[in-house]
Design a protein. Structure first.
Length: 101
């Protein structure tokens, strides 16, 4: 009951507190994401820094300021890519696991 109350209270301040901090499946997913050859790359010369990508990220990642997005919290939903108004500003790339390049 105490865990339920804490999660309910935390949900007023943090989006998806169970998924982000306590879910064992989320931990395994984050670990697997570290070894994924896919990552997102933000092209600085195309991006206008409008922050629409960061506002639409369900995990609250700062997509607008990162050069490569290869974060363990990224769930790969591609909401940031689909909501970006600039074609080519965010691209899915294939690279070396753990390096993001």
């Amino acid at each position: 009951l105490l865990v339920l109350i804490l999660l309910l209270a935390a949900s007023f301040f943090v989006e998806r507190p169970w998924c982000r901090y306590a879910c064992p499946l989320g931990a395994v997913s984050g670990l697997a994401a570290s070894f994924s050859p896919l990552y997102l790359k933000r092209e600085n010369h195309v991006c206008t820094s409008c922050k629409i990508c960061s506002r639409n990220c369900p995990m609250g990642l700062p997509v607008h300021s990162a050069e490569t997005i290869k974060h363990p919290d990224c769930i790969g939903c591609l909401e940031c890519v689909s909501q970006c108004p600039q074609d080519g500003a965010l691209q899915v790339k294939l690279g070396l696991p753990l390096l993001g390049k």
